[in-house]
Design a protein around this ligand. Sequence first.
Ligand code: UT7
Length: 367
Amino acid sequence: MTRYAHITGWGMSVPERVLTNDEIAQFVDTNDAWIRERTGIRERHIANPEETTGLLATQAALKAMEVANVRPTDVDMIIVATSSPEHLFPSTACLVQDRIGATDCGAFDILAACSGFIYAVDIAAQAIKSGSIQTALVIGSETLSRLVNWRDRTTCILFGDGAGAFVLQASDEPGGVLSSMLRSDGSGGDLLTIPAGGSSIPASPHSVGNDLHFIQMNGREVYRFATRVMAKATEQVVEAAGLKMEDIHLIVPHQANYRIIEAAARGLKLPLERFVINVERYGNTSTASIPIALCEAIESGRLQREQNIVIVGFGAGLTWGAAAIHWTGPFPSEKKVYQQRYQLLARARSIARRTLRRVEGWIYGRK
Ligand code: UT7
């Protein structure tokens, strides 16, 4: 029997603090008019020190699970796509797994920069379609404000913080993720990078003194690359899904720059109204930008059941990708899942496990 991977839950979380262009203009040489004209961005959300990538991811995930009405114990796989993980390891996905109490599931991060969410959706959908799992939680979460050089006007104006999450579930009913494509071109790796902090350039006084732990970007080249790949990737997944462009109700592109989305619309000969655009309020939230935009489209009623959409993105690597999705919404379910109860249980379980580990360590240490 053919299996399908439907998106049955969605949720987003953004920090409360909003940083406007005018505020940025107080500490770097820029201005609101330049930023709006060149990027379309008006403001972005910035995390406070307590709001970490894992916390935003957990909040978005809980909302998505609420919509899908699934228990944390139903989740078989958690994928967090992020360019700003809490640590190199453990993965941010494992932090989410512990916080939500998903006791029976694999968890890992994906590093494909801003295309990461599409990569994660593809992997989760393939795992569901193959029959190896039933339910996946796919999250894009970022606190890029921590990795931005706030003295560099060419990059600090662009990025924002936030998270978005989907629940994907198996079904015999046709629909869900119909097709997807993932691509990469490592020859462009130096165009958008955080040079230090990995094994190539470990942290040192030199790396810190030379700002090598911050985002560095050749904006013009990334712009050229993005406008080249967006339209083509969209066309490819639409064709692979056996659809025509007129069958696509909405395109949800990565929100990096209004002009890049305009160029994609021109390339596809589609009116801009067919695109979901919210870059003016969030800036570029990397892996979180597509799920946040999609959440807003659903919540505002722009997307209805039985409509087709395309999600399409690009980013460092270089990477790009797209997926065509038949939108069906949550599966009907009889019994309401009370997420709060599971939350309490998850916290208690986590504390108990840590305590037990400490006690065991103490006992074996004495021996
Ligand atoms: O998820 C992927 C992430 N990255 C992207 O999507 C980035 C893609 N690239 C872009 O969006 C655009 O290239 C930028 C928005 C980054 C830059 O826009 P641009 O139209 O390509 O500007 P530019 O880099 O060609 O710079 C034009 C001028 C330069 O001055 P000169 O050399 O012409 O005198 C810059 O120094 O604008 C100057 N400039 C600024 N001026 C005021 C650069 N940044 C700023 C700024 N405020 N913030």
